[in-house]
Structures are given as C-alpha cells and as structure tokens.
Design a protein around this ligand. Sequence first.
Ligand code: PSV
Ligand code: MN
Length: 424
Amino acid sequence: MKLEQNKIDSHNADLYEKHQKKLAYLQKELPESEEIIKKLQDFQIAIPSWALGTGGTRFGRFSGAGEPGSLEQKIEDVGLLHAINKSSGAISLHIPWDIPQDAEKIKNLAKSYGLKFDAVNSNTFQDQKGQEHSYKFGSLHHVDPNVRNQAIAHNIEVIKYGKDLGSKALTVWLADGSSFPGQLNFREAFQNTLASLQAIYAELPEDWKMFVEYKGFEPNFYSTTIADWGQSLLLANKLGEKAYTLVDLGHHQPNVNIEQIVAILLGENKLGGFHFNDSKYADDDLTAGAIKPYQLFLIFNELVDGLAYQGLDFASSLGWMIDASHNLKDPLLDLMQSVEAIKIAYAQALLVDRKALKIAQQENNVVRAQEILQDAYRTDVRPLLAESRHRNGAALNPVQLFEDLNLRAALIKERGHQGIATGL
Ligand code: PSV
Ligand code: MN
C-alpha cells in the first residue's frame, strides 16, 4: 500500500496552527532549534524485517491481522512507515527469514519507497529444514568443526545477499553458550568463536563492517560465549578494524550502566551500532523509551559527546536500528513510538550545554552537572521533531495519522486476517 502525499498534507493542514504555536515558543526559548531540526531531518533509524509482525513469547504468539506475509510486504510496511515519519529509511534483513529471491527486484521495490538496506543479520540460532548439522549445541563455538564450517558458510552466504542489495554491514549474534556448569570449555569455545569469526571476516568486503553483538543470557542460562561488551570488544579488536561491538539495549542485566559502556566503546572507536528497545527485566523487546526514557537520553548524551570527540558524523557513522518486537501493540504503531522516543532522546542530548557541563565536571560541581543534564531532559522537544518531519514531507503526528486513516484496516483488507510474518 502506498500512501498518497495529499493524505499526509491534509493531516498536516489540520494540525499546523497548533503546531506552529508550540514551535514558535520553543524557537524563542532555544536558539539552537534550527540546528537541531536539521539534524533530526537527517537522522534515520533502520527497521528490522522481523519487527513488522507481532512478536511472540515462549508461551505463545497472538498474531495480528494484516501482518506482512512476504519480504515484499515487509518492505511495503517499512515504506509506509517511512512515508509517515521520514525517519525510517532503511530495512535490516534477517537471513533466512527474509531471503531476497530476486535481489534486483527487491532492491528496486525498496528504492521505490526511498529505502536502503541496512546491516544483514545471520541466523545460526535456529535449525532450518534440510540443514545437515544442528545448532542445538551452538554454531561458531561448536566442538565439531563441521558445525562451525556450516555456520561460517551461512554467514558468508548472508554477506553475499547483503552485497546484492547494497548493505554495508553484517551483524552476528550467537545464541552459543551453555546451560549447565561443565557443559563447555569456556576457553576453547571462545577460541573456536574467534577462529570462525576470522574466517567470516576474511570474506567481508573492504567497505563493510562486522558488528559483533553480545547478550548476557538466553537461550542459554549458565553461560553465553559472547556474553558482554568486554568479550565482544576483545573479539572485535582481534578481528581488525572493520569489526565493531554492537550494543543491544536489552542485552544487559538490570541496572547495568549502558551509557558508560557506550562512552568507552566510542572512545576506543569500536562502537559499531545499536539495537534499540526497552526492558524492565532483560531482553523484553519493548518499545524504545517505554520504560527508561532517562537512560535512553543519557545514552544519547554520550553518543553526541563521543561522536563529536571522534569527529564523526552523527547520522552516518554508526548503525542505528530498532530491535524490538513484542506481543501487544500494532507493530507499525509500536515502531513509530520507538522512532519518536529515540529522536526525542537525540534532540534532548543536543540541548545539553556541553561547555557548562565540562566546567561543572572540572569543578566537581555535582549539583550543577545534574541541573545541566536534567534541564535538557525535561525540555519538551516534540515540536522540533514534528517540524523536522513536516519539512521532510512527513506527518506532524504519525500515530494520529495512522489511526485516523485506519491504515491497519486498509492493510487487513489487502492481506486478510491470516498472514503471519516470519520471525521469532
Ligand atoms: C537476539 O536477542 C537479538 O537481539 C539478535 O539481534 C537477533 O538477531 C534478534 O534479536 C532477533 O532474534
Ligand atoms: Mn539485537
């Protein structure tokens, strides 16, 4: 389904006067408004192909009606999202959930919606039909070289799909680990993983990056072979300059100081990208900013500071992606809310008075430092986001537009009630 521009324009016309009033107030208060609006216009957050259907839990899955049943329909959904918010101009594919059978056709379809292909993701955490060796006891870390070689070959095949589509990064996430003490020789598992990753890295095109994702636990409960940012960084450093650590916000134990991890990785120029989501307990896959918006702001505060320190362009230097897919909301509305929360955190981080913060830190003025951060965090920057969307031809209020136009009902009419998207 393609959304006609006149529908967005008429939605905007209805809301414009109210929006203008709020924007004018903010512009008067914040001299940096114009600069922030431009940065927001440029900032795109990729959508994972597996987030367009309703997610399941291990207790069940309640599929929503009108879910995309093919890669083409997933691209259509991201296209719809991007037309509405002009902030989701890329899609990230998970192979083999979403194999592009005809790369040229898929590429052209994506292009017709203004979409690019973000990182491609390999999957060695599930067995596929007809697969020779099982991943039940792991993949790249496996004790059996035949299993490792199969998983290496899969990753190389994923790179090939990505090359055909114009992706520039491979994300490797491993479920490899152990659930019982004694099951695994940790050192050997780590060495096997490194050697396997080296074999994949050797096939990485010159202008590509490899993102090494970590996760504390699940599906294994005693150990995970790439469990934390230290282990990921160790691998990335050994692999070489095209390898980076990827931070998925849900992959930490509760209360871990993720913003500090981000700051250190950026300082080492080893932060590759993000999987945004939110959680209360672990990898809950909830909407970004739904539970801990202040943490999201603090992370962006480090990102703004760290990327400037490295002299890197904010929008293009890291992989920005959502990785969330829970079981309650309409996936497209959920993604709109995630994108909004991420951009709010970014805009607020841009508001931090960095010179004053530096002085407060040098003077050990703890009270002042908190005032500075919270001044920025407590600013309602939503009119700046709305204005950036408006200037890009998108909707002033994406959620309202989706609901007012009954877009899910239109998708159900096209696709029916039964479609179930691939994914977990
Ligand atoms: C694993 O929990 C993860 O975060 C990885 O990024 C996977 O590729 C994705 O979720 C989908 O299972
Ligand atoms: Mn992830």
